[in-house]
Design a protein around this ligand. Structure first.
Ligand SMILES: [Zn+2]
Ligand SMILES: [Zn+2]
Ligand SMILES: [Zn+2]
Length: 274
C-alpha cells in the first residue's frame, strides 16, 4: 500500500470525518481555504421532538382514514378538475381534460387537481415530515455544528498519539467539536480510528494554561490512547448495538440500548440537544 503524502494527510482526515458525519445524517461543508474550522455540519430536525426531519418532497392523501394518508406515490395520483368557484370536484371520467367550464355553476373556473386513486380525496404536500411516527409536528429547525479535525500519527514507538493543537482551535461554543483521526495499517488491513470530543472533553485531556499553548500557538501533544478511550468510536460495538436497536421490542430496552450506543459512537454527541 503506497503511503500518503504528508501534506495531504490532514485533508484526507477531514474528508474521512465528513464521511462519518454524512453516514449519521449530517449535511457537511468543507471550507475551500484554511479556516478556523475544518467542517461545518448541518441537520434538519423536528422542532417538537428533535428527531431527524425527512427533507424529501412527500405527498399524501388529505383523507386521514385513507391508506395513502401517510404517503402517496406519484404514480398513484389521478389528475382531475376542481371548480374554484363552487368547489365541486369532478372525477376524471366525468369531465374532459380540455374543458374549463363547470357544469354545476357554469363558470370557467375549473382548475387541475390531484386526487387519490383510492378515495378521490385531494392530494397535498406532506407538511409533517418528522421521522418519529408518533409525532405530528409540521415544524422543523436547522442545527449547525463546527468541527476541528486533528489527523494523528503514532509516536513514542507506537505508545502514544501525536497531534498539533493551536489555541485558536479551541472555540468556546457548545456546538464545537474535536475529532482526532488516525489511519493505521495492520497485516495489510487499513483501519480508521476516530475520537470525538466536545470542548470540555478536550480540556479534560489537555492543559490549556501552559505558556507554549497560549503564546507559541503550535503545541505538539503526545496523548496516551488509554486516556482517550472514553471518546473513541468503536465501530464493531456500535454496529452490534444498532442491530439490537432494530430488533428491540420494548421501550425501556430501546432507551438502554440507545444510551449504550452513545458510549460506543461518540459522533452521536453532535446530536445532543444543546
Ligand atoms: Zn417530531
Ligand atoms: Zn362550479
Ligand atoms: Zn385517499
Amino acid at each position: 500500500m503506497s503511503e500518503i503524502k504528508v501534506g495531504q494527510f490532514g485533508k484526507i482526515g477531514e474528508n474521512m470525518v465528513a464521511f462519518e458525519l454524512s453516514k449519521r445524517g449530517w449535511i457537511v461543508f468543507l471550507p475551500p481555504y484554511d479556516e478556523r474550522v475544518d467542517i461545518v455540519a448541518m441537520k434538519f430536525i423536528c422542532s417538537e421532538c428533535d428527531s431527524n426531519w425527512n427533507v424529501t418532497h412527500n405527498l399524501q392523501c388529505s383523507n386521514p382514514d385513507c391508506e395513502n394518508h401517510s404517503e402517496i406515490a406519484k404514480s398513484k395520483i389521478v389528475k382531475s378538475k376542481k371548480c374554484t368557484s363552487c368547489g365541486t370536484i369532478f372525477s376524471r371520467d366525468k369531465i374532459s381534460s380540455q374543458s374549463s367550464t363547470c357544469s354545476i355553476c357554469n363558470t370557467n373556473t375549473l382548475e387541475e387537481i390531484a386526487l387519490c386513486n383510492i378515495c378521490d380525496s385531494e392530494v397535498v404536500v406532506k407538511e409533517n415530515n418528522c421521522t418519529n411516527p408518533s409525532c405530528n409536528s409540521s415544524n422543523y429547525k436547522i442545527v449547525f455544528r463546527s468541527i476541528q479535525v486533528k489527523s494523528t500519527h503514532y509516536v513514542d514507538n507506537g505508545k502514544n498519539l501525536g497531534f498539533n493543537f493551536k489555541y485558536q482551535d479551541l472555540l468556546n461554543d457548545d456546538r464545537h467539536f474535536f475529532v482526532v483521526y488516525l489511519r493505521s495499517i495492520e497485516d495489510c488491513k487499513e483501519t480508521h480510528h476516530y475520537w470525538v470530543m466536545n470542548k470540555d472533553d478536550f480540556k479534560s485531556i489537555k492543559n490549556i494554561d501552559t505558556v507554549s499553548f497560549k503564546i507559541y500557538q503550535n503545541d505538539r501533544g503526545h496523548y496516551n490512547p488509554d486516556k482517550l478511550l472514553p471518546f473513541k468510536y468503536d465501530e464493531v460495538k456500535a454496529c452490534e448495538l444498532q442491530n439490537k436497536i432494530k430488533n428491540a421490542t420494548n421501550e425501556l430496552e430501546l432507551l438502554e440500548l440507545k444510551e449504550q450506543l452513545k458510549k460506543h459512537d461518540p459522533f452521536l454527541k453532535l446530536d445532543e440537544d444543546l
